[in-house]
Design a binder for this molecule. Structure first.
Ligand code: C5P
Length: 239
C-alpha cells in the first residue's frame, strides 16, 4: 500500500492550521519544506505531529557528517517520519545520517536521498565537472545512498521504474522507499511540473509514497481531491 503525502507549500503556521482543518482525516501525511521550516521552525513540525499526522521533513541536508548527524538527531527528536539528505554529500555523510536516525529505534525517521535536483540539467553537471550523463549520475547516487544506509530516494515518477531496477538489488533485501513528486491526476493542471505521471502510473512503477501539492490544495474540495487520489492509488495496490 502506497502512502499519499500532501506538500504543505504554504508560508505560515496559520495556513498550516487551516489546511489541516480542510483536509481532516482525508490526509494523514504532510511534507514540510525548507521555506515553511525556515519561517516557522520546529514548532510547525510539532503542530502537524500534535494533529496526529506523519511528517516528511524535506530539508535536503548537505554538510559535514558530524553536522548532519546532529541535525538528524534533532529531527528525530521531533518525531519526523521521513527526512531528506543530498546523496552528493558522500558516503560518510549518508552513513552518519542513517546511523543518527537508527538511534531512535522503531521511531527512527527514514532517511531519503535526493540524487540530482530536477532543476539541474546536463550543462549543470558539466559545470560541476561530473563526467557522467544525468541518468547514470542519478542511478550512481541512488546506489551510493542505499548501500550506505539510506532508506530510499526521492525521484520523478518517470525515473521510478528504472530506479527500482537499480536499487532493489543494491539494497540486499531491505525495503526501499521511493518517494515521487510530480504526480497529476488525469486531466489536472500540470503547472510548472515537466515530468509528470498519474497517481496510478506512479504506484504501478514502484513508488511507495506520492507527494502531491497543488492538485489537492487548489481543488475546490481538497478533501475530496485527496480521497480520489487515494482511491486511485489503492485500486492499483489491490490489483
Ligand atoms: O504542487 P505540486 O504537486 O507540484 O507539489 C509538489 C511538491 O514536491 C512541491 O513541494 C515541490 O517542491 C516538491 N518537489 C517537486 N519536484 C522535485 C522535488 C520536490 O515537485 N523534484
Amino acid at each position: 500500500m502506497a502512502d499519499l503525502i500532501v506538500a504543505l507549500d504554504v508560508p505560515t503556521r496559520q495556513q498550516v492550521t487551516e489546511t489541516l482543518a480542510r483536509l481532516g482525516d482525508a490526509v494523514d501525511f504532510y511534507k514540510i519544506g525548507l521555506e515553511l521550516y525556515s519561517a516557522e521552525g520546529p514548532d510547525v513540525v510539532r503542530l502537524v505531529k500534535d494533529a496526529g499526522k506523519r511528517v516528511f521533513l524535506d530539508l535536503k541536508l548537505h554538510d559535514i557528517p558530524r553536522t548532519v548527524e546532529r541535525a538528524v538527531k534533532a529531527i528525530g527528536g521531533l518525531g519526523v517520519d521521513l527526512a531528506t539528505i543530498h546523496a552528493s554529500g558522500g558516503r560518510a555523510m549518508i552513513r552518519a545520517a542513517a546511523d543518527a536516525a537508527a538511534t531512535f529505534g522503531a521511531a527512527a525517521p527514514k532517511i531519503l536521498a535526493v540524487t540530482c535536483l530536477t532543476s539541474l540539467d546536463q550543462t549543470d553537471l558539466d559545470d560541476l565537472g561530473i563526467g557522467r550523463d544525468m541518468a547514470a549520475q542519478v542511478e550512481a547516487l541512488g546506489v551510493l545512498a542505499v548501500t550506505n544506509g539510506a532508506d530510499g530516494i526521492v525521484c520523478s515518477p518517470r525515473e521510478v521504474a528504472a530506479m527500482n531496477r537499480a536499487l532493489v538489488p543494491a539494497a540486499l533485501g531491505r525495503r526501499i522507499v521511493f518517494v515521487t513528486p510530480g504526480v497529476r491526476p488525469a486531466g489536472a493542471a500540470v503547472g510548472d511540473q515537466k515530468r509528470v505521471a498519474t497517481p496510478a502510473g506512479a504506484v504501478r512503477d514502484g513508488a511507495t509514497h506520492l507527494v502531491v501539492g497543488r492538485p489537492i490544495l487548489e481543488a475546490p474540495d481538497p478533501a475530496a481531491a485527496a480521497r480520489a487520489i487515494r482511491a486511485e492509488m489503492d485500486a492499483v495496490c489491490a490489483q
